[in-house]
Design a protein around this ligand. Structure first.
Ligand SMILES: C[S@@+](CC[C@H](N)C(=O)[O-])C[C@H]1O[C@@H](n2cnc3c(N)ncnc32)[C@H](O)[C@@H]1O
Length: 256
């Protein structure tokens, strides 16, 4: 399988300045443009990850997770919410839970630190993580992968820092082929969303037109699964969500 050659400019400087510019309105627009679904997607994403961690036979005393492209830290906030509400310490047989977030945009990280002050957030590029091999029990990346210049390398890094028995999980949009729904969604995604997004964020770098363009230009779900297999993850699968407009890719690391 050959990777799609992206026609969209995903250079680090462009992606960083775009996300830096929209950071203050990012959460508001996320909820508005997804009709509130973003929260549900994140809930399911975190639930699926914890469920797989609960299936492990030898849980560590301390559970460590890494959220890449963490943005304003919503995935970590949701992990902490479920950790407390679902009494996961007992369910997972773990004493302590320590999430870490990574992003390469300081404006996003400033908001994440405000949202979840007790958590460590590190400014770094997902292609080159400043962590030892096999440090984390789960490594997540929601809506970050399609912005990365080398998704294969980013996935390999996710697998490298994941412990044996741990999980790697990616949430990402893909063009839907769902009959009847696809043309309606395409109209909304390409015509309406950029107008609202760019207007509300006051964004000059056209971030909300970049969103649908980057989804169209991104690798197929099959290609992402192949990258996961190449990175040594065992039997990765994709769970389609919301009429196939996005998918949850998940795989376990079974070998070191
Ligand atoms: C669409 S936001 C997703 C934020 C969050 N994960 C969420 O689900 O709302 C994409 C994030 O990926 C970050 N990002 C993109 N490329 C990156 C890279 N190479 N290294 C680290 N962060 C990156 C951006 O700075 C941005 O915060």
């Amino acid at each position: 399988m050959t990777a799609k050659k992206s026609s969209v400019d995903k250079s680090a400087t462009r992606v960083q300045s775009m996300f830096g510019e929209i950071a203050p309105k990012y959460d508001l627009l996320n909820n508005l443009l997804s009709f509130g679904l973003a929260k549900q997607w994140r809930r399911r994403y975190v639930r699926e990850v914890f469920q797989r961690l609960a299936e492990r036979s030898n849980p560590p005393k301390k559970l460590e997770t890494l959220d890449l492209a963490t943005g304003t830290g919503d995935v970590i906030a949701e992990q902490l919410r479920q950790w407390t509400r679902r009494k996961l310490a007992d369910k997972l047989g773990v004493v302590e839970f320590q999430p870490v977030g990574v992003d390469f945009v300081p404006e996003m990280l400033a908001l994440a630190r405000k949202k979840v002050p007790a958590v460590e957030f590190v400014e770094a590029d997902a292609h080159n993580l400043p962590f030892d091999d096999e440090r984390f029990d789960a490594v997540t990346n929601s809506f970050g992968l399609r912005n990365m210049v080398e998704p294969k390398k980013a996935i390999a890094e996710m697998a490298r820092v994941c412990r044996k028995g741990g999980v790697v999980a990616i949430l990402e949009f893909s063009p839907t082929k769902f009959p009847l729904f696809a043309p309606i969604f395409r109209f909304y995604f390409h015509r309406i969303l950029p107008l609202i997004g760019n207007f509300v964020s006051g964004n000059k770098s056209d971030a909300y037109r970049y969103l649908p363009e980057s989804v169209d230009a991104f690798d197929s779900p099959e290609q992402t699964l192949e990258y996961m297999r190449d990175a040594g993850l065992d039997a990765p699968t994709r769970l389609p969500m919301t009429f196939g407009t996005l998918g949850l890719f998940i795989g376990r690391k079974t070998k070191t």
